[in-house]
Design a protein around this ligand. Structure first.
Ligand SMILES: Nc1ncnc2c1ncn2[C@@H]1O[C@H](COP(=O)(O)OP(=O)(O)OP(=O)(O)O)[C@@H](O)[C@H]1O
Length: 258
């Protein structure tokens, strides 16, 4: 696969998105000096864009860190990347590894494959690999739209205000999981992937998106039809929780209106 040489527009877009990535690094405790960062690479537009932007940022970031990409290749068709992904990463000079994991083969008799189970298996493999190879941080390619869709889904179906965190840790593992694309919109990634020449190269999982996520996506797009700034406002709202104006049970008897 021949990647397009970066033209002026691609360079400008890369610079704009790198600023958003740097903002995420500055606002959340994503990386420490000399961290070893494992980039989870599906081979799709999001994680490929993330890998490119991280390697770009690595050159100018105030403290050094090491990057390696890991792709988990599963034993069912349509969900794994092929040699084109390897060509792209090779052309960027990034260290990477492909790990074969028999996800379908692990299914108990009578159980069928589903999105949640598969991603949990993948997450466990990433954590195990990170632990075995001394990586303190794992980067996932979720972007701002993913974070906001999850916020809407958790409110609507879980009755809870919560979402995917820009930085988090599992109780049983010392690794940090980070989402460096949390300020970047899906539209921006689509544009960037187009300019970079890997937009047509997408892995498509046959078990696809859940209908709840698709509904949350439609709701988000409807809200943002006034302007994409609405997504930034929604993201910002998560750092500006006004408990005086949320009907918290067991809160003060009569909250003060200030
Ligand atoms: N096979 C895989 N190997 C390693 N990491 C993966 C794999 N599949 C997914 N991931 C990681 O989990 C993230 C979320 O996975 P999901 O399947 O939701 O992908 P996505 O939102 O379509 O992103 P992408 O465009 O990167 O495929 C990805 O961005 C990537 O960081």
């Amino acid at each position: 696969m021949i990647l397009k040489p970066l033209d002026r527009e691609a360079r400008q877009t890369a610079a704009r998105l790198s600023k958003k990535l740097a903002r995420a690094f500055l606002n959340f405790p994503m990386l420490k000096e000399n961290d070893r960062l494992l980039v989870a690479l599906s081979g799709g537009k999001d994680s490929l864009s993330m890998l490119y932007l991280l390697t770009r940022l690595q050159k100018s970031w105030k403290t050094p860190f090491y990057i390696k990409a890991l792709h988990i290749r599963s034993d069912f068709s349509g969900c794994s990347a092929d040699e084109r992904m390897e060509e792209i990463i090779d052309s960027w000079g990034v260290d990477y590894e492909i790990l074969d994991v028999p996800i379908r083969g692990r299914l108990k008799p009578g159980r069928s494959l589903n999105c949640y189970w598969c991603s949990t298996q993948r997450r466990m493999e990433l954590l195990r690999y990170a632990e075995a190879h001394d990586f303190g941080v794992i980067a996932l390619g979720h972007h701002q739209d993913d974070v906001l869709e999850t916020l809407l889904m958790n409110m609507a179906y879980k009755g809870e205000i919560s979402t995917m965190m820009p930085v988090m840790k599992y109780d049983r593992y010392p690794q940090r999981v980070i989402r460096p694309l949390c300020y970047i919109k899906e539209r921006e990634i689509v544009e960037f992937a187009e300019l970079m020449g890997f937009s047509t190269y997408a892995t498509s999982c046959p078990y696809g998106q859940t209908s709840k996520r698709l509904e949350a996506r439609k709701a988000l797009e409807l809200l943002a039809s006034r302007g994409e700034y609405v997504k930034d406002k929604m993201f910002e709202s998560m750092s500006r929780v006004n408990l005086d104006y949320l009907p918290v049970q067991d809160g003060p008897e009569v909250p003060s209106a200030g």
